[in-house]
Design a protein around this ligand. Structure first.
Ligand code: ADP
Ligand code: MG
Length: 259
């Protein structure tokens, strides 16, 4: 009898010890996940800032090359200043995202946000044989953290451009709304995505651009779409993709309207 009670007690102790060990491991895992997230976010910040530095450098170079054209220099410098402001806003917004802070959302006019992206990119798409079609209703507004939604669309535009180089093609940005959602589509007529890659493209560090000299001078970090997914999730929306290799790609974003 005594021995059964003894066995029970030691079993009980064993279960208790295992439970404590399990809790300690869970805690360690949470710490490691937090570190991994912080690492990924740091990479994402570097990636987004890099996207902004290229046009900044181009605007500054344009100003230096044309010192006698005062109004031209002034315009280039104004754009440089504007891009610097944007870069610092993005940095602030991404750091808040990394710290899990909720950021203030506002109603922003989508067309204006998209037009500003093209100004920031400082890139003549026509020179690369890319026709840009923007079909966004004038007054359509999105409930969002503006700089974040701009970064999402900017990432999609840069990917679309990479996929269409060097042949060129059509980049189309469309938006529409119904009673409770806003739908944004970014499509291209580029090389498309291999069916086997489709399930991986939103994963951090997944890229097919490692050996490819991308025209944007931005080597594949595989973070753009992971970032897009994170931002869209923060906005309680969804992002999905449709693509057939050699047949172009379409990214669809659905965002809830402010109720
Ligand atoms: N519009 C597109 N057309 C073709 N492939 C795309 C497109 N957008 C994304 N991809 C694929 O998804 C991968 C991941 O994209 P992303 O996360 O932006 O990283 P990166 O652009 O640094 O490779 C790309 O390497 C590419 O294979
Ligand atoms: Mg990308």
């Amino acid at each position: 009898m005594a021995s059964i009670t003894g066995k029970r007690l030691s079993l009980h102790k064993y279960v208790e010890e295992q439970k404590q060990e399990n809790d300690a491991l869970k805690y360690q895992l949470a710490q490691i996940q937090h570190l991994a997230n912080t690492g990924t976010i740091s990479f994402m910040i570097a990636h987004e800032i890099n996207n902004l530095l290229t046009p900044l450098r181009n605007y500054a170079a344009v100003a230096l090359e044309n010192p006698d054209d005062k109004s031209f220099v002034e315009k280039a410098l104004q754009k440089t200043v504007r891009n610097c402001e944007r870069a610092s806003n993005i940095m602030e917004s991404m750091l808040a995202l990394a710290n899990g802070q909720t950021q203030e959302k506002k109603n922003a006019r989508l067309l204006a946000l998209v037009e500003e992206i093209f100004t920031c990119l400082c890139r003549d798409f026509a020179k690369d044989g890319i026709t840009v079609e923007i079909r966004i209703p004038e007054e359509l507004t999105v409930w969002c953290v503006s700089v974040q939604i701009q970064q999402v669309i900017m990432n999609l535009i840069l990917n679309a451009r990479d996929a269409m180089m060097p042949r060129g093609g059509i980049l189309c940005i469309k938006a529409s709304e119904n009673n409770d959602t806003i739908k944004i589509e970014v499509s291209d007529t580029g090389e498309g995505i291999e069916p086997a890659d489709l399930k991986n493209i939103f994963d951090s560090f997944f890229t097919t651009k490692t050996n490819k000299n991308t025209p944007s001078g931005y080597s594949g970090a595989g973070l753009g779409l992971a970032f897009c997914k994170k931002i869209i999730a923060e906005h309680e929306g969804l992002i999905s993709v449709e693509s057939k290799s050699a047949n172009g790609t379409k990214f669809k974003i659905t965002l809830p309207k402010l109720q």
